[in-house]
Each structure stands twice: as C-alpha cells, then as structure tokens.
Design a protein around this ligand. Structure first.
Ligand code: ARG
Ligand code: ZN
Length: 854
C-alpha cells in the first residue's frame, strides 16, 4: 500500500502514559504493556494498535480480560472502546535471537538491544506507531544477572533489585514525552567509560559509553567528541542537555550509523570504537560527526520531533547541517565543506538524476525505511544551509530559537520550521518553500561577457530544474549564489563578493568600472546545491584554481578543469593533459596552502562523477581516459610527488588537522607514484604499510597495493589479514580494499570473498564492506561480462531473506541502468526484472526495484 502525505490525519487516540514490563531472554522475551489511552476529538472510531509479527497472548481493558471486543485487522490490533479514557493492557512474546532484521528487539554479540526508528516499535508491542503520539515511558526490565548485568533504558534509573532464579531487574523513567521510535533498552555484559559534563546553567550530567570490556580503551575519542558537542550546542544554538544521564551503547550488528533514542543513544560500533592502530583519520572524523549528530538530535528530533515521516528531513536535514557546522569548527572549515560537497555529489546528485528521485519532503512511500536517503539527509542539510546563508548567522539563530521555543514538546512539520524562520526574521520565504517540494538538481547557466573598452561586464544567469519521476514541470527556485569577479592577471576582486539570489528563470547582472578582464567566481562555498555551467575555458579555470581567495571555489575550479578535460577526452579520444598537469604542479608548489587542502585539490573526480556528466555512460571509455590522465600526472610530476611524499614524513602519530592533512597527501602522492610506473613504488608502499604507526597510513598503502600485483599485493593482504583477523571493524577494511580494486579480476575476487569464512550476511557492516563497496567500484561492477550485476542481484535476493532494509540499500546502483550504454543497460535491467520476479520479496526491496524499472 502507498502512504501519502496528503492523507495525514491526526491520531484518533492518544497515549499519554505507557508502562512496559520486559522479562528478557534471547530465546523468549515476554512484553507486557499498559497503555493509558484517551480519545482525541469527538469520533466513534476504535483504537488501532500497530503490530508487526506480534500475537496477542492476552488483552485487557480497565483490568478486565477482553474476550471478544477486539479483532486483528492484518497485523493491527483493533479494540472497540466505549469511553474516552481507558487503560489497555497487552502481552506478547518475542524471540530476539531470531530477529535477523535488526528492527525491534534483537540480539547482537550476546547483548539485547532495540532499534525502533522508523517503525520497529510495533515489533516489540502493540502501539500507535506514529511519531505524533507522544507518551511518558515507565520501563521495567528483568533478566539473568550473569548474562545481562547491565540494564539500560531511556531517561533516569528509578529502582533496581534482585529477583528469583538469578535474575535482577531495573526500572527506568523518562520524564519527557516522546514518540515510540525514540524508545530504547539495552541488556548485556557491558563496561562503561564514564565522564561528566556540567551544562552552562549548572546541571550535572553523568556520561557513559557502554562497550564490551575489551573495547574500553577505544572509547576515549567518542567521549571527547560528546563533551565537545554538548558545549558546542550550548554556544552555537543555545541548546542544553536536559537529563541527569546520557548513555551511549555500541553494538556490532546495526543497520545504519546510530540512533538518537532519548538519553540512550545506540551506535553501530564503527562510529564509537577507535584507536590509532585500528581506525583511520576518516574513521575518527566520522565518529566525532556521528556522536555530535545523535547528540544534537536531543533538540532537533527529540524535544521537537516530526509529525509524520514525510517530515523526516525536518530533523535529519537540520541535524546534518548542525553536525557539519560542528565538524567544520573542529578543524578546517574549507576541507570539511569540500568533503561534504563530494559526498553530496557522490550520493545525492545521482539520486536526484535517477528513478528514485524524491523531494526532501516526499509525497508518498511504500516503505519509509527507503527514505533515509542522501536527499533527505544531505540535500536537506543544504536547504537549511541556504537559509543560513540568506538570513545570515544571527538571524538564522533567531529563527532556530523561535522554532525550538514554539515547538518544544511537539511533533512539528517542515512548514513549521520555515514559518519560524520567517516569523523571527520578517523574511518572505514563500518561494523558498519550493525547495521542499521539487526534486532534481537545478542547473544554472552562467555566462560572463566583458566589454573591455567600456569597462563593463554582463553576467547572464538562468536556471532549469530538470523533470523527475512524477514531476514534469518545475518552477524556478531561489538560488543563493555567492559570487565575485576576479581580475586577470592581477587576481584582485574587481567586483567584490556579493550574494545574488537568482529567483527567476533568467536574470542579467551588470557591473561597471571593471578595468581588468574579469573571471567569474561563482557558487563560492557551494552556496547552493546546484550544477553550474559557464563559459569559463581551461585558462579561466586554471587561473581561478591558482588565485581564487575562496578555498571552495578554488578547489571547484580545479575540479571543473579536470572534469572538462575528462569529458572532452571521452568524447574525442584526445586528452589535453597540459592544463591539468600544470595546475596540479602549481597547487603542489604553493606555500600558502595547507596539505589537507592540497590533497583535495589534486585528486581527479571519480569515474562515477565523470559518468554523471555524460548523456550515455561507457565505463570502459571513462576508465581509459581517466587512467591515462592519472598516469600523465604521475609521470610528469614524479619529482613533485616524491617531494610531496618526503614532505609528509612524520615522526610520530598525532590526530591534529596538520598531521591528518599530511597523511592524506602522503597516500595520494603514493598513489600517483604507483600509477606513474616508478620502479620503487611497490617498495615505498610496502615500507609505508609495514612501518606505519597508524591505520591511516597502513590502509592507504594497502589500498594502493590492492590495485597492483603479486607479490607485494598478496604479501600485504596476507599480513593485514593476519594482524587484524580478530577485529571485525578492521577486517571490514580488508574486504573493502579488495572490493575497490581497479584490477580486471575484481569481480571474480569479490565472488570468492563472498564465500570466505569471515564473510557473513548476518552483519550489515560486513555486507557493506564487501557488497556496497563493490557496487561503487565503477570498473568492476560494470564489468562488460555482466557478472558484477549478476553478483549484486544475487546478494540482494539473499540479504532480503535476512534483512530487508540492508538489502534495499543495495538496489540503487542497478537502478542507474538508463544512464548506461545499451549493452550494460539491458543487463542491469534484466537483473532488476529477475529480482522483482522473486516470490515473497520484502516491501523494502520491492519498492526500490519496481520504481527502478519504470
Ligand atoms: N535517526 C537515525 C539517525 O540519523 C537513523 C535512523 C535510520 N532508520 C532507518 N530506518 N533507516 O541518526
Ligand atoms: Zn539523524
């Protein structure tokens, strides 16, 4: 059934209080629920309680066992209630250890934990499982004391004690009414890294990160990130924590990154555990970002939650924007912005350009889990960022203050957010609202003309929002463009930076007194999530890449130069290397630039991103041209790469922005030396691998060698396996390095790895490390034999039997079939047809596959 935004109705019944009683056991858990329900408005409709795989053992209303005043409507429990307020009690039985979907109550590595967002609570007990029903939770848990010495739930602990037969129990109470998707409990043999935080109004908070005892030493970084986030949210958004306890638990089997359950965040262990030997700089950064993200949800998500799941971006887009701001403040804002834009382009632009395109506030869905997308999260963050850019930081803060004040304790909508921004600032955001409803990445055309004798420049701007499924015609949206004109050759701003908001389909800007030939610097800081097409040639782009004072625009000019070169190369078979090689040489030699920034600038755009620029994707042609350019850059600048490599040598490991930048540039230089064919490249890589005192250098060298040949490749992979076999998160990297290899035998190698004893479909991280990684490997996945598509299809069907949510996330790479040359397009399509014909597909996979075939 299709769920539509337009069909929203307020809940018929509210549940102000719920008391839950869990007799926990992995094989058989008994859940008793006591709901205080009240009729919402004057109507005669029955109480409908969602369930999923639940069988009621008993049902009572106001203490009386019900014999017949209830019925099942499919999975939904329907009870006719005479009055306006009742107490409804139910009892159900669960089997957490056989719950392989990892939604609801499940077992992971000997502990019991929950995941309820979006609709997992209905797998635990009968309840109106929708985010606009807010309740106060009282939770009692009992479990075997030896196997489950720690019992945690949301809110504050209120009582605990020993029970019969070696059991013990605990009671928790959460004073803040919350929707059921924020419910959580954990039971297990866990140890805590404990710390404290005092909020700025003086509230003391006990912090704890719960992990297996052996992992305690790996929690220091996450704890530091948590404390830094708490202070940051006070300083930047005026938001304080509101309970006496904040708990985080790390679990090994988790469908996504982490979950913001009130007072009890549950994390995929990969976003908590880190030390220099096992986690890369990117891992450390991601941990801080995710810890901050989940913490920030306490306000943007929990105190103010979503009215319905169509509003998901209200909490996710805003919270991603908040975590991006946090991370930017921890290191280099320019590099963070580049990383975020690269992520948007790699994950969201293709979504916007494909069959699954949807606005950040969708109109309909079959399975809400499929809408935890880069569009909702990352494009959602860009839309909040545009508000921030247009209003300015201070007025944006007035808007967010009003939003939090006005809707505290409520379930709100995207409209409420925009209205608060409007009311607090007086800005008219009527047209801006289009960003919430229109899918597709706007394409902006920007042509600059210069009349030298008159000293006049004219900028012609136009926008086009391309059609997407179900949206043929679009209206122009407000596009905030930070732009300036740079004089060439001086490099000075002949027209100072200004914020131009393009509101119409076309606009013309005139600049007077332009004494020097101007070059257009536009969409600085990536002020709008759009594609810019301009009449800037290679010389202009090279000039900007060496002179633009805006670091993002400078990076972008280099990217555009590389992209234009590659696209022309694919079209003509001829590649003009010189401008790119020269621009890279200049960047490498520029003493004013830091190494982290240089590292971002000297990398070629990915094969996938090059493909995204083309009408018809031929992966072989792209790989050939890109590898050719890479080789030229490696060979012609060999000396410079050696210099850069030498310049990044460190005495010992530190997790600081400069040291991270050095490590990043180091492996990039190594990669270029390897493709240059330098004879000592394998030795250098092996030395880097074996001498490394940190995982960043080690994994970097492993990645370079995984593209190469025996014996260096085999020796390194074998060593890595031997060293880290027992550490699942590191072993994931071993799988990924091989899945991402550029070698021609990668499909066969990946098939063999899927049969490796360490591979399992039960653990989502392991699936992602091999299968999702493989699916982004443009060359191997698109191997012209078609076996890459076949392998992914087989995996989707196999994983769907176990874990539909994780299976559905494997579908989009096949869904891009329309963009490929006919032979591959046909193979991809037939793979989708094969999948859709499989009986008993989950709703999750069915939605993604059927929409991809249209
Ligand atoms: N709210 C969580 C977060 O972004 C993610 C929940 C994902 N749920 C899902 N069904 N995919 O922090
Ligand atoms: Zn989130």
């Amino acid at each position: 059934p299709v769920i539509r935004r337009a069909d929203y109705q307020a809940p018929d019944w509210l549940v102000p209080e719920i008391a839950l009683d869990f007799a926990l056991d992995p094989a058989l858990t008994v859940v008793k629920a006591r709901l205080t329900v009240t009729r919402n408005g004057a109507h005669g409709r029955p109480l409908r309680l969602d369930g999923d795989g639940l069988d009621p053992v008993s049902i009572a209303v106001d203490g009386e066992m019900l014999a017949d005043a209830w019925r099942m409507d499919g999975p939904v429990l329907v009870i006719d209630l005479p009055g306006d307020a009742h107490v409804v009690e139910t009892e159900v039985r669960l089997s957490p250890e056989t719950n392989s979907q990892l939604m609801g109550l499940y077992a992971s590595g000997g502990l019991l934990c929950t995941q309820c967002e979006a609709e997992g609570f209905r797998r635990i007990t009968f309840f109106p499982d929708r985010p606009d029903v807010l309740s106060r939770y009282h939770v009692r848990m009992a479990a075997d004391k030896t196997r489950f010495p720690v019992l945690l739930a949301n809110g504050d602990p209120v009582a605990q004690g020993d029970g019969p037969d070696g059991t013990h129990w605990a009671e928790w109470h959460d004073p803040f009414p919350k929707p059921c998707y924020l419910f959580a409990l954990v039971a297990g043999d866990l140890a805590a890294n404990r710390d404290h935080f005092v909020t700025r109004s003086g509230r003391p908070v006990d912090l704890a990160i719960w992990v297996r005892e052996a992992d305690l030493p790996k929690t220091a970084h996450a704890m530091q990130a948590l404390k830094t986030s708490m202070a940051w949210d006070e300083r930047v958004y005026g938001r304080e924590y509101d309970l006496a306890i904040f708990n985080i638990v790390a679990v090994a089997d988790f469908n996504f990154g982490a979950m913001e359950n009130k007072g009890l965040n549950i994390f995929n262990s990969r976003y908590i555990l880190a030390d220099p030997d096992t986690a890369t700089d990117a891992d450390f950064d991601a941990i801080a970002g995710v810890v901050a993200h989940e913490y920030f949800h306490n306000w943007s998500g929990n105190r103010v939650t979503c009215r319905d799941w169509f509003q998901l971006s209200l909490k996710e887009g805003f919270t991603v924007f908040r975590d991006q701001g946090f991370s930017a403040d921890q290191g280099s804002p320019a590099v963070k912005r580049i990383e975020d834009v690269k992520m948007l382009r790699a994950a969201q632009f293709p979504e916007d350009a494909g069959p699954l395109a949807h606005p950040i506030r969708p109109e309909s869905y079959i399975e809400i889990s499929n809408f935890y997308t880069a569009t909702i999260y990352n494009k959602g963050a860009e839309i909040v960022r545009m508000l921030h850019t247009m209003l300015g930081a201070a007025r944006f803060r007035q808007g967010s203050d009003l939003y939090f004040d006005r809707h505290d304790g409520e379930a709100a909508t995207c409209e409420d957010f925009v209205a608060a921004m409007e009311d607090a600032t007086g800005e008219d955001l009527a047209q801006f609202r289009l960003w919430y409803g229109q899918a597709g990445t706007p394409r902006i055309r920007a042509d600059l003309e210069y009349d030298a004798p008159g000293g006049r420049a004219r900028l012609l701007l136009s926008q086009l929002v391309p059609p997407t499924p179900g949206q043929d015609a679009k209206q122009p949206m407000p596009i905030p463009l930070r732009l300036a004109l740079l004089g060439e050759p001086s490099g000075k701003e002949v027209v100072a930076e200004q914020l131009v908001v393009l509101k119409d389909a076309q606009a013309e800007l005139l600049f007077e007194g332009v004494a020097e030939r101007p070059v257009l610097s536009i969409n600085r800081g990536f002020s709008a999530p759009v594609v810019i097409e301009s009449n800037r040639n290679a010389t202009d782009l090279a000039f900007l890449s060496a002179n633009d004072p805006d670091p993002f625009a400078r990076f972008e000019a280099m990217q555009q130069l590389m992209l234009d070169t590659l696209v022309a190369g694919v079209a003509t078979g001829q590649v003009d290397h010189a401008p790119v090689v020269e621009a890279i040489a200049k960047t490498l030699a520029d003493p004013a630039l830091d190494q982290a920034f240089i590292a971002e600038c000297v990398l070629l755009p990915s094969e996938a991103f090059v493909g995204d620029q083309l009408l018809v994707v031929d992966p072989d042609a792209i790989a050939l041209v890109r590898e050719g350019l890479r080789r030229e850059i490696g060979t012609q600048l060999e000396k410079a790469w050696r210099g850069a490599y030498a310049g990044t040598a460190a005495n010992h490991y530190a997790y600081t922005p400069p040291a991270k930048g050095a490590r990043r540039l180091r492996t990039i230089a190594l990669g270029y030396l390897a493709v240059s064919g330098a004879e000592d490249a394998d030795d250098m890589a092996w030395r880097q691998y074996i001498d490394a005192d940190n995982m960043t250098d080690r994994q970097g060298a492993l990645g370079v060698l995984a593209n190469g040949h025996a014996p260096a490749r085999e020796k390194t992979l074998a060593d890595f396996y031997k060293r880290y076999q027992a550490d699942a998160l590191v072993l994931d990297k071993w799988f990924t390095a091989q899945a991402l290899s550029t070698r021609p035998d990668t499909v066969a190698a990946v098939r063999a790895l899927a049969a490796h004893p360490d591979f399992t479909l039960a653990n989502p991280n392991r699936i992602r490390s091999l299968v999702n990684a493989f699916a982004v490997n443009q060359r191997a996945f698109n191997d012209v034999g078609g076996d890459g598509y076949r392998f992914l299809g087989e995996m989707i069907v196999a994983v769907d039997q176990i874990n539909p949510q994780t299976a559905a996330r494997l579908v989009p790479p096949l869904g891009r079939w329309r963009r490929f040359e006919p032979v591959r397009a046909a193979m991809m399509r037939s793979e989708l047809e094969r999948i859709v014909a499989v009986p008993d597909l989950s709703r999750d996979v069915y939605e993604q596959v059927s929409k991809s075939l249209v």
